[in-house]
Ligand binder design. Structure first.
Ligand code: ADP
Ligand code: MG
Length: 575
C-alpha cells in the first residue's frame, strides 16, 4: 500500500467546516439526507454512463444505498454501488466547493451564529454536512470499471486537511463512514435512522436498505439481563423507503409535505414552493411533468446566464440538469422535472433543440404553468390570492416577456398581469378590473409607462384623465414598454398609451372642448408655425392640445415612434 498523502482543503471549505463544526445545529439530521442524495446521484451517474457502456455494471446490476450501524465502533456507514470516485476525483470533489448551491449558501451567511446555523439546518451543505455529527469521516471508494486495486481511502477530521491513500476495494462504489461524536450517538438507533429516511428521502427512486432486525426470544435459563429477549441483526437487507421516484407515484398518494420536501431537495431552495402541478401527459408525446413555482426570485433572474430549472429524465433515468428547451425563457423561474417516455436515452442538448417532442413538451409546460397561475389568481381563497401576489411581486416582470415571446399564449399572459393605476398605488389592477371600471363611452384602456410610480403620477400627460376621472394604468417595470408593444388589445378593447400621438378621448370629450381646441388651433396658427420652425431640430410638430389642464405644454411621441422610455432603455443597452 502506498503511503497516505496529506492535502489542504480549499480555503472556503475550511471556512465552511469551521462553521459546521462550531455552530449549533437547528436540524442535525439533514446529514443523512445529503449523503443519501449523493449516493443517489452516484447511482444516477452510473445508470447514465451504463447506457453506452454496460460493462460498468460489472456483476452488480442492482443499484442501492445501504446504511449500516455499528454501535461498538460508533459509526454509521452509507454505502452505494454507484459510479464511485477515483483518487484524483476524491481529492478534487471532496476538497473543494464545486456546486453552486453551496456557494449560494456561503453568500447568504451573515456571521450571526444562530442565523447561520439555521441556514445549514434548512439547506444542508452537501457532503460536509457529515461533520455535523461526525468528528472524523472516512470515505472508501472504487470507480466503476477500475480494478479493485485502484480504490481510494480519504480521511479527514473536518479541520484544515485530509489524507488520501490508495486501497484495494472489491465492491464498486462508495462507503461514507461517519465516526460519530459522543453527542450524536442517537443516530445509531435503527428506528431513528428509519424515521429520518422516511422524512427526507422516501422519494428517492433507489432502494435504501438496512439490515433486517428480528426479535430473539430469551433462552431457557438465561440470566436476568437477557430474560426478556432482544432485537438482533440478520444478514438480510431490507428496503426501508418507497423506492419509487416521487413523480412516478399517484398524486393522491403524495402529501403536500412530500411534495415540498422533494422540491427543497432537488432545487436546493430552502423556502417552500408557492404551488406545483403534477401530471401525466398522454397523447402523441408521453411524459410526466412536476413543475413548481418558487416563492423567491433568484438574484440572477435577469442575467442572460440564468439557467433553466428543469431536470430531464428519460424513463426514470436522469439525463441532464438545466434542460433549457423544455420551458420558454419567460417561465425560466419554474423548477421541476420532466420524465419523457419518448426521447432516446442518449439525447444530447443539440438534439433537444430540434426535437418535435421537446417542442410539444415545452408548449405543454407553458400551458400548465399559466393555468396554475390563473387558478391562483382567480381563487376565492385568501391564501391562494396571497400566493399569487407573492408570485407577481417576484416574477411578474419576467412573465411580461411572454407577451413578446409566446404569441400563442398572449391572452392568457395578459390576463395574469397586474398594474398600479391612477386609482391605486398597489400593483393589483388587472386589465379585466380596469375594463369593469371604464367610463360610459370610454373605448380604450389607457396606460402610461414611466421610470417610477412617482414620475408616472406626476406626469402632465395625466391631467385631462384626472379631470375626467378616467383611470390610467401606471407601468413602471423596465420591460413594460417593450412588452406592451406586443399587446394591442385586451379582450377586444384597444390599449392606448397616453404618451403617444394625439389622444382622442372620442365620446368622452365634450363637443365644446373640441370646438374650443379647433378655434384655438386656427387663431394660434401663426404662433404654432413659428414654434414649429424654431424647434425644427427638436420637435416634429407643435400643436394645440386638450390633454393638459394645469401644465402649459408637454412632449408626446408619434403613434409609430419609440417612446422616450424605450429610447432610454435602448441607449442604456448600447444600441
Ligand atoms: P453536490 O452533491 O451538490 O455536487 P456535495 O458536497 O454533496 O455536492 O458532494 C460533492 C461531490 O463529491 C459530488 O459532486 C461528487 O462528485 C462527490 N461525491 C460525494 N458523494 C459521493 C458518492 N457517494 N459517490 C460518488 N461521488 C460522490
Ligand atoms: Mg450532494
Amino acid at each position: 500500500n502506498a503511503q497516505a498523502k496529506s492535502y489542504s482543503f480549499q480555503a472556503e471549505v475550511a471556512q465552511l467546516l469551521h462553521l459546521v463544526t462550531h455552530s449549533l445545529y437547528s436540524n442535525p439530521e439533514i446529514f443523512l439526507r445529503e449523503l443519501i442524495s449523493n449516493a443517489s446521484d452516484a447511482c444516477d451517474k452510473l445508470r447514465f454512463e451504463g447506457i453506452n457502456n454496460g460493462a460498468l455494471y460489472e456483476n452488480d446490476p442492482d443499484l442501492h444505498v445501504r446504511i449500516s450501524l455499528d454501535k461498538d465502533n460508533k459509526t454509521i456507514t452509507i454505502s452505494d454501488n454507484g459510479i464511485g470516485l477515483t483518487e484524483s476525483e476524491a481529492i478534487d470533489n471532496l476538497g473543494t466547493i464545486a456546486k453552486s448551491g453551496t456557494k449560494d449558501f456561503m453568500s447568504k451567511l451573515t456571521g450571526d451564529q444562530k442565523n447561520d446555523a439555521q441556514l445549514i439546518g434548512q439547506f444542508g451543505v452537501g457532503f460536509y454536512s457529515g461533520f455535523i455529527v461526525a468528528d472524523k469521516i472516512t470515505v472508501e471508494s472504487r470507480k466503476a470499471g477500475e480494478p479493485a486495486s485502484n480504490g481510494v481511502r480519504w480521511i479527514s477530521g473536518g479541520t484544515g486537511d485530509f489524507d488520501v491513500e490508495q486501497i484495494t476495494k472489491e465492491s464498486r462504489g462508495t462507503d461514507i463512514i461517519l465516526h460519530l461524536r459522543d453527542d450524536a450517538v442517537e443516530y445509531l438507533e435503527a428506528w431513528k435512522v428509519k424515521q429520518i429516511v422516511n422524512k427526507y428521502s422516501d422519494h428517492i427512486s433507489l432502494p435504501i436498505q438496512m439490515r433486517k432486525e428480528v426479535w430473539q426470544e430469551a433462552e431457557e435459563g438465561a440470566d436476568a439481563e437477557n430474560a426478556e429477549g432482544k432485537m438482533v441483526l440478520t444478514d438480510e437487507w431490507e428496503t426501508i423507503n418507497s423506492a419509487s421516484a416521487l413523480w412516478t407515484r399517484n398524486k393522491k398518494d403524495i402529501s403536500d409535505e412530500q411534495y415540498t420536501e422533494f422540491y427543497k431537495q432537488f432545487s436546493h431552495d430552502f423556502e417552500a414552493p408557492l404551488a406545483w402541478s403534477h401530471n401525466r401527459v398522454e397523447g402523441s408525446t408521453e411524459y410526466t411533468q412536476l413543475l413548481y413555482i418558487p416563492a423567491k426570485a433568484p438574484h440572477d433572474l435577469f442575467t442572460r446566464e440564468q439557467k433553466s430549472g428543469i431536470k430531464l429524465y428519460v424513463k426514470r433515468v436522469f439525463i441532464m440538469d438545466e434542460a433549457e428547451n423544455l420551458m420558454p425563457s419567460y417561465l425560466r423561474f419554474v423548477k421541476g422535472i420532466i420524465d419523457s417516455a419518448d426521447l432516446p436515452l442518449n439525447v444530447s442538448r443539440e438534439l433537444l433543440q430540434e426535437s418535435k417532442d421537446v417542442r410539444t413538451i415545452r408548449e405543454g409546460n407553458a400551458r400548465r404553468v399559466l393555468s396554475l397561475l390563473d387558478s391562483l389568481a382567480k381563487s376565492e381563497d385568501k391564501e391562494q390570492q396571497d400566493k399569487f401576489a407573492t408570485f407577481y411581486k417576484e416574477f411578474g416582470a419576467v412573465l411580461k416577456e411572454g407577451l413578446g415571446e409566446d404569441f400563442g399564449n398572449k391572452d392568457k399572459i395578459a390576463k395574469l398581469l397586474r398594474f398600479a393605476s391612477t386609482n391605486t398605488d398597489d400593483v393589483t389592477v388587472s386589465f379585466a378590473d380596469y375594463k369593469a371600471n371604464m367610463k360610459e363611452g370610454q373605448d380604450a384602456i389607457y396606460y402610461l409607462t414611466a421610470e417610477s410610480l412617482a414620475a408616472a403620477k406626476n406626469s402632465p400627460q395625466l391631467e385631462l384623465f384626472k379631470k375626467k376621472g378616467i383611470e390610467v394604468l401606471l407601468m413602471t417595470d423596465r420591460v413594460d414598454e417593450w412588452a406592451l408593444n406586443f399587446l394591442t388589445d385586451f379582450d377586444g378593447t384597444p390599449l392606448q398609451s397616453v404618451a403617444k400621438g394625439a389622444v382622442d378621448l372620442g365620446k368622452l370629450q365634450d363637443e365644446e372642448e373640441k370646438k374650443a381646441a379647433e378655434t384655438a388651433a386656427e387663431t394660434l396658427k401663426p404662433t404654432l408655425d413659428k414654434l414649429t420652425d424654431s424647434l425644427k431640430d427638436k420637435a416634429k410638430e407643435v400643436r394645440v392640445t386638450t390633454r393638459l389642464v394645469d401644465s402649459p405644454a408637454c412632449l408626446v411621441v408619434g403613434d409609430q415612434d419609440l417612446s422616450p422610455q424605450l429610447v432610454r432603455m435602448l441607449k442604456q443597452a448600447g444600441q
